[in-house]
Design a protein around this ligand. Structure first.
Ligand code: ATP
Length: 240
């Protein structure tokens, strides 16, 4: 039988800030519907990797393929239309707009009104708190609610790949648990996820596939369950 085509393929991608390399010939293949995580120390290049996939940071070389199409030549907007949604570190919500307005912006690339309304209802089923807070200004929500809004807004672009940068950042443990339960639910619905996490415990628990990054390179990769047992991962990222 033929191999199933991957959802996302990074082929030898490199990226720079001015002349300083941030990604060095990175290869990564995320399977369809899988959850993957990138782990690594501060400055390893994880955020940059997500930005190059979303199209908010340019490649210097290499190719990105998504759902069988080369996308590194497409604008960030076009990539959203293709099904890629990035939730950046810090969440990227519009603090002065209401929850409702933020959610509406999530669907800006779509014109299928009926389907948008159904997806909105689905988001409220997953995140009833957003419905309760619909007319509240987003900047006044708690950190956890803002992260949920960012996820809800991203879901309204109808993604097949969700890029999540540090979703646990700055949140209390109980809230982090809720966010991760939500990530699991979204993954179970068949949406591919690529997650960046400082908290390697969490990331490796939720992920199917994992990559360890150091200085812009992948130094280890494999099934998340295997990497959790790897002594190099344990000593560097899981506290021994
Ligand atoms: P962190 O968890 O701290 O965000 P990271 O693994 O996501 O780390 P990146 O933010 O992708 O790493 O950074 C990769 C490299 O690029 C680092 O050396 C960083 O200093 C550099 N870098 C990141 N953003 C910029 C920027 N806007 N201008 C210049 N250099 C940058």
């Amino acid at each position: 039988m033929a191999e199933p085509s991957p959802l996302l393929e990074l082929r030898q991608i490199s990226a720079h800030y001015d002349r300083i390399p941030a990604l060095r010939s990175l290869d990564l293949t995320l399977d369809k519907g899988a959850t993957g995580c990138l782990i690594g120390a501060n400055g390893a290049g994880k955020t940059t990797a997500l930005s190059t996939i979303a199209g908010t940071h340019a490649l210097t070389s290499g190719e990105i393929h998504f759902a069988g199409e080369r996308i590194d030549t497409l604008s960030a907007d076009r990539r959203v239309s293709r099904g890629i949604a990035l939730i950046p570190e810090g969440r990227g919500i519009f603090a002065r707009l209401t929850v409702d307005e933020n959610l509406r912006l999530g669907a800006y690339s779509r014109s299928d009104r009926g389907a948008i309304a159904a997806d909105r209802e689905h988001v409220f089923t997953l995140l009833p708190r957003l419905h309760d807070r619909l007319h509240q200004v987003a900047g006044t929500l708690s950190g956890g609610e803002q992260q949920m809004l960012a996820i809800g807004r991203a879901l309204l672009s109808k993604p097949t790949l969700l890029l999540l940068d540090e979703p646990s950042m700055g949140l209390a443990p109980l809230i982090v648990e809720r966010i991760y339960a939500l990530i699991r639910t979204i993954a179970a619905e068949g949406i591919g996820i690529l997650l960046v996490e400082q908290n390697a415990h969490l990331a490796l628990e939720v992920a199917d596939q994992a990559w360890v990054m150091e200085s812009g390179r992948i130094t280890l990769n494999g099934a998340a369950a295997e990497l959790r047992k790897d002594p190099r991962v344990r000593s560097a990222y899981l506290g021994g």
